[in-house]
Structures are given as C-alpha cells and as structure tokens.
Ligand binder design. Structure first.
Ligand SMILES: [Zn+2]
Ligand SMILES: [Zn+2]
Length: 741
C-alpha cells in the first residue's frame, strides 16, 4: 500500500498548484485544477476512473479555472458518458464559480457541492483517506481551505502461516485472535507477537496560505493544532513573504516538526518550461524556418532564486525542520511514511537536453537530403515579400487543436498584434520595446491560451507587455475549446496593469471582450464574484449586436438551420454600411476606440453555421482585411461577409480521410476548404482547428498548395506580408514532421 501526492502543475510562469492524490497507482482525488491542467494531465497519462472527488483551496481562477477542462477530459475518456457524478469541496463560492463556467447544458447536473463554513468536518473521499478541511479567513478576502489528508489505518494482520508452522492448534489460534495468551511447549505466546504491526499512519497537510493576512487565522486554528502529530508531509502553497516569515516557520515547525516540508512558491520553484516537449519540436521548426517559427531559449532547469532558497532552508533547519522544493511531475510519498528514496518524477515532465540536439540534427539531415528541400529551405529563408501593408498585423497562432488540448497542440487561440497609432515609433522587431508600443487582439481563448503566449514569447517581460497591451478578446462561440482560457487571460492582464499603474489608473484602461449572447451570464457572474479583478475596465460587447446580418439563421443551429441567403458583394457591403450607422453608444465607443488606438476601420461579426450564437469576425485595417471564422460548416454568411479579404482564417476540423459522423456536419473538411477559397477568393487562406486525430501535421494536396493555402501549427508566426510565401514551406514541413510516435 502506498499513498502519495503527485504534482501535475505547480507555480510556474503560467500555472498554479494542482495536485493529485495517488493510491496504488490510481488517481483518488484532486486538489485544485488550474488553467492548463487538462494538457498536463494528458501528458502524464492520468486516468480519472476512480476519481470522483475534487477539492479546492480557493474559489478563484488560479485554483479552479481548469475544472471544466478536467470534466471534458474525463468525459472524453468515456467512463462518464451518462451522468458524471462528482463531489466538489471547497470554500464559500466554489459552487457558484464551478457552475458559472458550466453553461453547457448537461454539465455538472449531477455534481454535488460542499462549501466549508468551518474547519474539521471530515469529508471522506473513500475508504483509504479522510479529508479534514482547515478553514482560513482574512479580513476583506475570500476564505481559503487547507486539507489534512488522513489515511485510515489498516488493521493488523494475523501471521497465519507462521502459526501453522509453529504447530499452534486451531483452538489456540482462535484464542490468540481473541487477544489471549497461549502456551506452546511451555513457552507463552502473546497475541502481539502473532500480528503484523499495523503501520502507524502518517498523513499529509496541503497548506494553502494565499496571503499574509491569513496568518492570524492559521495560528489559532484549533483543529490543525490538535491533528498535527501524524503529519509526515506538508505541501505549502504560499507566497514567499509567508513562507519566510519567522512566526510562520516557528508555527509550522512546531505543528509538523517530524514532517518533510515541500514549498511551492513562485520565487522558489525551478523555472521549468511545463511544455518543454512542444518546445523541442519548435526548436526543429525554427531550424526549418527562422521567420515563421520563433526560437525558444531552451535552457536547463534552473532555480529561480538560489539565495532565497538557501535562506529558507537555513531558517527551517534551525528549527530542525526539513525542506524540499516543489517539482513539476514529482511524486511525494507520505504513507506509510515520507521516503526520499521513493520519490520519482514522471517521464515527459522534465527536459532532457539531448532531445533538443537530436531534433536539430534531424532537421539539417532532412533539409540536406534532397535538392528540392534544400531549395525550399533557402527560398523561404531569403524571400522578400512583394506586397507591403500599413499598420501591418503580426499573427501568432497559439493553438490549433479542436475539442481537447493535446501533447503537441493547444486548443483554439490566435494572437494578433498591430502597431496602430504607434506605428513607426520603434522599429518592428520581437523586442520588448516593440511590444510595449503596439496593441493586441486575441481571437478565441481555449484553455491554456495564456500559457501559449508565455511559451511563444518566452521572455516574461515581453509577455507582460503583450498582456498589458491587449485591447480585445473575441470569442467565436461558447464551446470549451474556444473560451475556457478567457478568465485566466483577463486575470493576468488585470494583474500586470495594476502592478504597473496602480488600481485607479488601471481601471481606466479598457479591455473589450466580445462574446456571444449565451456567454453573457457567465461573464456577469465572474464579475460579480470578483473573479475578475477590475470590472471597471471590462467592456462586454455581444457578438449579435455587431453582426452585419441579423437574419436569425442559426438560432437552433445544431439541427436544420434556416437556409442562409446569398448576397451579392454590393448587397453585403450595404448591410455593413447600415450596421456602422448604429447609434448604440457602447458599440460606437468601441469602434472609436479601436480606430483611435489601433487604426482599425471596421470590426464586426457575422454568423457561422455551427452552434447557437457562433460568430466569425471581420477586421479591417488601413490597407488590409482579415476574417476569422471560428467553427463552422461551409457557410454562406461567411461567404457574404468575407469576400476578397487579404487573410481568411478558416477552421478545418477534418482531414479528407476522416470518417464524419452525423454530428460532425458543423465543421469543415480539408477538401471543402478548396471550394471555400474559390468562392471567397481571399488573397491568402490560413487553416486551423484540426481534429484531435491529427497529432502534429495535416498533409495537404497540390490543390491547396496551388492556392497558397497555409496550414497552421501551434506557434506559427508571421507578418501579413509573409503570408505571400508561407505556404511554400509546407512540403519541407511534411518531410520533416510525422504524426507517428
Ligand atoms: Zn471548436
Ligand atoms: Zn465549436
């Protein structure tokens, strides 16, 4: 028997602690689900068959934003096809937080919630452990819950085989089991000697102290003070100010002096790249073309702040307390006891540098293997675009997967950057100076979008500039692969702005969020709950209100949409002109703002043939037009309102060899994209949102290449003018990347 905590996510650049309790190699329960958990769990090959209980330390984005991602993973694993029963425990507010992201009709219907109003209510996960909540309060802050994981002691076992060998009779054995002494060959045999001693159970404490203000509540917690003696492992989730506070060290040293203390804290953790495997892949892609794929500075793991670690270890040591630091993918055993030698780390979570060298070498080998590939490589590295654009957009594809995030691909998200009114202020480059003088728009924000921005730009100073200058998040529709990451993005953006300008000025910096009508309740709920820090800066615009065509084609789109109308170019243009005569003050304010800041002339939506409320977006700059569809079946409304755009970003869920179910009619296939291209005649077309059956690359036909249709990859980046030649790289990528393995 063995119980241990496995660290699936810890405090890294973009994630927050999420732990699973493992019992005999199965996931028994989960403590916290952060944004990005789903992807990490799939890399760790976690199965949730026996896991029906979720515990949260806080009711906020950091602790619980990955809840629905977990739900999707579990549902996709097939076990819970009908009615996924789950118990959710946490502080006050966890029910509302969980439910507000659960607007997909069937979700959470059979879930039960327990919000703790005091400590020490034993809630049992199952037979092997008891969970004891420790409620911490702080003035003006939401409650936080820590958990004592208390393993149930297994009863001592009678040594039956030994008894037989000794020659004890059945009657004597019965006496011994009943607790009486027996005599054999004039020797007294005690019951104690005939039982395997029950191993004294040691438990664990997951101690969540989000802020200094919670400390008084911690020091006076009677339950913790009375239950501490059997704790063998303390997992601290707390900021450095708390962990290094001498009173705190004295306190935890006293209550769990025999325990090993594991610290999970931003300043102390290794600066690990949580998705290093996709970065190794990218190292190869960068080698293949340095303009379309960014270079990742893959570094060996390093400790963020060695000095702080040393000080902390010393302080705890003085009190005879052992300290370790949280590591991604690490197992921390605590039952029967904490055991350093048993600690292991999940494969796939740590960064072997040799793989990087191997990947880079393989690329040069492939490029040099044929004259044709060598020529493609050279051409794409040196080609100069003939078309020039003003206020030229830079596009970084953050995620290309449909449905669920995969090992190598994140779900839908695109980052678009434009210099806008600051054009020419600093030279265009991938530097901090440039990104602090330009603006950003996110097109869809599936779970983990923030993490993808972190990976793409690597340098946290640049990431902060990008997040600070984000002006708009457009969500095409309410499906989880397009919107789960929105709360995390807004939260990070608020944090950066508050840190830089202070709360009062931060409130005056608007962030536009464009969502379909059916996401409105969720957004209002997030605001009311305080999950979004600065409600004042959030401007929510409903997609339906900026749609050029108000025809109710897809009200109940799942089945039998009302047939769309086809409009001529002139008719469609007239409708768009009418839309811009709108006297809605909120919408006019947005258009004015986009015009002033980003030099955007037009920004409106059009319905798509996918689900209730699904919309695509049209953005017009000084001398370019870009349209993004979100999910859709080949659609007349898309055709009406995106004719002759410079870049059409279209979904492409299915490869041509994939079988389509009846249910799949709401998406587009690779072959259908050719027809769409021919009807809409964009200057260039970019395909994204590929089925989960595609591990890494979609292989296209000559017909696609003839039309310069570009296949996107996670982290593909280009300036609009580079779209001129980007598709020409594809044969080289096909030679290089395989979906095997
Ligand atoms: Zn989708
Ligand atoms: Zn969808």
């Amino acid at each position: 028997m063995r119980l241990w905590l496995r660290v699936i996510c810890n405090t890294t650049r973009d994630m927050t602690p999420s732990l699973v309790l493992m019992f005999e190699n199965t996931v028994m329960l989960i403590i916290n689900l952060c944004d990005g958990f789903q992807r990490q769990a799939s890399v760790a090959k976690l199965k949730f068959i026996h896991c029906n209980e979720l515990f949260f330390t806080e009711a906020n984005v950091d602790a619980a934003n990955g809840l629905i991602g977990f739900y999707c993973s579990a549902i996709n694993a097939g076990k819970f096809a009908s009615g996924f029963k789950c118990n959710i425990y946490g502080p006050k507010g966890i029910k509302r937080f969980s439910e507000n992201v659960s607007f997909n009709d069937h979700m959470l219907m059979v879930w039960t919630f327990k919000e703790f109003e005091c400590s020490n209510i034993e809630c049992t996960a199952n037979k092997a452990v008891k969970m004891i909540p420790i409620l911490l309060k702080a003035e003006g802050r939401n409650d936080a819950v820590s958990y004592i994981i208390d393993p149930v002691a297994f009863p001592p076992k009678f040594k039956g085989k030994e008894a037989k060998q000794m020659g004890l009779s059945v009657a004597q054995i019965k006496e011994l089991i009943a607790g009486k002494n027996v005599t054999l060959n004039e020797t007294t045999i005690t019951p104690e000697s005939m039982f395997n001693t029950s191993i004294k159970p040691t438990g664990a404490l997951v101690l969540c102290v989000p802020h200094f203000d919670y400390i008084p509540s911690l020091f006076t917690n009677k339950e913790l003070l009375s239950k501490h003696s059997d704790i063998g492992l303390v997992y601290h989730i707390a900021p450095y100010e708390v962990l290094s506070n001498t009173d705190y060290i004295d306190f935890v040293g006293k209550i769990a002096y025999k325990a090993m203390h594991v610290m999970d804290c931003k300043e102390l953790n290794d600066d690990t790249a949580p998705r290093y495997y996709s970065q190794i892949e990218l190292k190869a892609l960068h080698q293949c073309n340095s303009r379309l794929f960014p270079d990742f500075p893959l570094k060996p793991l390093h400790i963020k702040d060695e000095k702080k670690r040393e000080i902390l270890v010393d302080e705890y040591k003085k009190r005879g307390v052992g300290v370790m630091f949280s590591e991604l993918g690490r197992d921390y055993d605590f039952w029967p006891k904490f055991d350093v030698s048993k600690q292991s780390c999940l494969p796939g979570f740590h960064q072997p540098l040799v793989e990087e060298e191997k990947a880079v070498k393989a690329v040069s080998g492939t490029i040099n293997s044929s004259e044709k590939l060598k020529a493609i490589h050279k051409l794409c590295e040196t080609v100069v675009a003939t078309r020039k654009f003003h206020n030229e957009p830079f596009i970084a594809v953050l995620g290309t997967a449909a449905q669920n995030p995969l090992k190598y691909r994140c779900v839908s998200s695109i980052y678009m950057n434009i210099p806008g009114s600051l054009e020419g202020k600093v030279p265009r480059s991938n530097t901090k100076e440039y990104f602090s003088n330009s603006f950003g728009i996110i097109l869809d924000a599936g779970e983990g979008s923030y993490g993808q921005i972190v990976d793409h730009f690597s340098d946290m100073e640049i990431v902060d500039c990008i997040i600070e200058n984000l002006q708009c998040i457009f969500i095409s529709h309410h499906h989880t692969d397009h919107m789960l990451g929105i709360a995390k993005l807004i939260k990070e953006s608020d944090l950066v702005i508050i840190k830089k300008y202070g709360k009062e000025i931060a409130k005056t910096k608007p962030l536009y969020v464009i969502i379909p009508d059916n996401m409105k309740i969720m957004m209002v709920d997030l605001l009311e709950m305080g999950a979004i820090l600065l409600s004042e800066r959030l401007r929510v615009i409903i997609s339906e209100s900026i749609s050029a065509d108000t025809g109710a084609y897809y009200v109940k789109a799942n089945k039998n949409p009302i047939p769309q109308k086809e409009f001529s170019k002139e008719e469609a243009e007239k409708m768009v002109e009418e839309l811009y005569k709108s006297d809605n003050a909120k919408i006019k304010e947005m258009w004015d703002y986009f015009g002033k800041m980003m030099c955007i002339k037009r920004f409106h939506t059009y319905q798509t043939n996918h689900c209730s409320g699904s919309h695509g977006v049209f953005i017009e700059g000084k001398d370019w037009k870009i349209a993004y569809t979100g999910d859709t079946f080949p659609c007349l409304t898309v055709q009406n309102f995106t004719r002759n755009v410079d870049l059409l970003i279209h979904e492409c869920t299915f490869s041509d060899d994939m079988k389509r179910m009846d249910d799949d009619i709401r998406h587009t296939s690779l072959a259908q994209c050719i027809g769409i291209y021919d009807k809409i005649s964009p200057w260039r077309m970019l395909l994204t949102h590929f089925s989960n059956k595609t591990k890494k690359i979609v292989n296209v036909s000559d017909e696609h290449l003839k039309r310069n249709i570009i296949i996107s990859f996670d982290h593909l980046q280009f300036h609009l003018s580079d779209a001129e030649w980007a598709s020409q790289l594809h044969p080289l990528l096909e030679a290089l990347i395989s979906n095997d393995g």
